[in-house]
Design a binder for this molecule. Structure first.
Ligand code: NAD
Ligand code: USQ
Length: 382
């Protein structure tokens, strides 16, 4: 298939582009490199040294003979996006290209406005480009499990059947997102659902949980193919942050009591889920939602698992419960359904001690690059 991977220079997008290319798809990356610029703004970096996008795709071609095309530009420049659609005629458009950090979106007014403009309007441009140039193109959009929040009932995949005053209907599952970033995903969801209904385009919204790990079989082939790995208080996510903190002997920063429970998956499952969605497209006019995660854990559990794995490597890691910089529930029910992708063939990589030790060892290899001042959270929700 001809597949565009928007955001293909990022943490999820780069390994996905390689995986789809390895599987024989014609892959084109679209990215405006804003994530690399944000590293400069935050005086932060990836734990792993990452090559430029040009170097990455050149190395891939040298090793495999497979070409990945690159378009450097912004989804919010519609002339640019139109050109990419006209040139590449995508059968699937994988949309990772958003500002994805909740703390970044909560820094101040400017960062909240940037996040909402970038994400919501970028996605709207993609919807228009599909309608205008490739109405059969399947939109595979990265949403987030955080759209649902943590309701006191089971979380279904996108829709819920409800009975109200004696009548029944199947309606979108209620949304209770926890940051201006998470809200952008809810707004995107509504725009996509509406576009499917009025124009008959096809879309799959992948409500992804928190991704951990960094390497796939493809990124391991050469240091120039290495994936980025974030650890700072703004872009680092739970578990990856704990592993890196353990690697440098920093206390593991569990926010508050640590009862916050979230859905997780390994980066190796992210890439496979995208392949499954692409190879089993939504019908024309269908708006389909898959919950993309494999297991759920409380953050306290994850820190304790990390401590135990570190111990096996001779590292004494400490779990610290620090003041929670976010406004969120630390003690709640959490049970989410994730059968759609499994029914289509996903075989989950589960979080074993061996998996934790492998990521920890990868973090240890580059621990000298970690800027310790960036580890503690600095952004608060209030
Ligand atoms: P990332 O920041 O590493 O990658 C995003 C990429 O998109 C970057 O390379 C950035 O330069 C690019 N980009 C952003 N705005 C753009 C624009 N307007 N035009 C063109 N390119 C643009 O993020 P990631 O961790 O790879 O996440 C990818 C997607 O998956 C995001 O939409 C995110 O919300 C979603 N997601 C991520 C996680 C996670 O744990 N990382 C979990 C659930 C969902
Ligand atoms: N947390 C800690 N300690 C830390 C970091 C985080 O206890 O050092 C806690 C947070 O308070 C929160 C939970 O861990 O309760 C998750 O935080 P996170 O930063 O790992 O994840 P989140 O902000 O939700 O965002 C990440 C990605 C985002 C994606 C989302 C999936 O950055 O792009 O959408 O995970 S989900 O959480 O399912 O919405």
């Amino acid at each position: 298939m001809r597949i565009i991977v928007a955001g293909g220079d990022g943490f999820c997008g780069w390994p996905t582009a390689l995986y789809l290319s390895e599987k024989g798809h014609e892959v084109t990356i679209l990215d405006n490199m804003v994530r690399r610029k944000i590293d400069n703004e935050l005086h932060s970096n990836s734990v792993t040294p990452i090559a430029s996008l040009e170097e990455r795709v050149e190395k891939w071609k040298e090793l495999t003979g497979k070409e990945i095309k690159i378009y450097e530009g912004d989804l919010n420049h519609y002339d640019f996006l139109s050109l990419v659609f006209k040139n590449e005629r995508p059968e699937a458009f994988v949309h990772f290209a958003e500002q994805r950090s909740a703390p970044y979106s909560m820094i101040d007014r400017e960062h909240a406005v940037y996040t909402q403009q970038n994400n919501v309007l970028g996605n709207l441009n993609v919807l228009y480009a599909i309608k205008e140039f490739e109405p059969d193109c399947h939109l595979i959009k990265l949403g987030t499990m955080g759209e649902y929040g943590q309701p006191n009932i089971d979380i279904e995949e996108g829709y819920i059947e409800i009975e109200h005053k004696g009548r029944k209907d199947t309606l979108p599952f209620p949304k209770q997102p926890g940051s201006f970033y998470h809200l952008t995903k809810v707004h995107d969801t509504h725009n996509i659902m509406f576009a499917c209904k009025i124009w008959g385009i096809r879309a799959t919204d992948l409500n992804q949980g928190i991704v951990y790990g960094l390497n796939t079989e493809e990124t391991k082939k050469d240091p120039a193919l290495a994936n980025r790995l974030d650890y700072d208080g703004v872009f680092g996510t739970a578990l990856n942050r704990f592993l890196i903190q353990a690697a440098i002997g920093h206390d593991m920063t569990v926010y508050g009591s640590g009862g916050q429970t979230r859905a997780f998956l390994h980066i190796k499952d992210t890439v496979r889920c995208i392949e499954i969605a692409a190879e089993n497209p939504a019908d024309q006019g269908e708006f389909r939602v898959f919950n993309q995660f494999t297991e759920s854990f409380s953050v306290q559990d994850l820190a304790e698992k990390t401590r135990d794995a570190a111990k096996e490597l001779g590292i004494d890691a400490n779990v610290a419960n620090i003041e929670n910089p976010r406004v969120e529930n630390e003690d709640h029910y959490y049970n989410a359904v994730n059968t759609n992708l499994i029914d289509l063939g996903l075989e989950p990589h589960l979080l074993t001690q061996d998996v934790l030790k492998e990521i920890l060892q990868e973090a240890l290899e580059h621990k000298d690059r970690i800027i310790v001042d960036n580890v503690l959270p600095t952004v608060t929700w209030k």
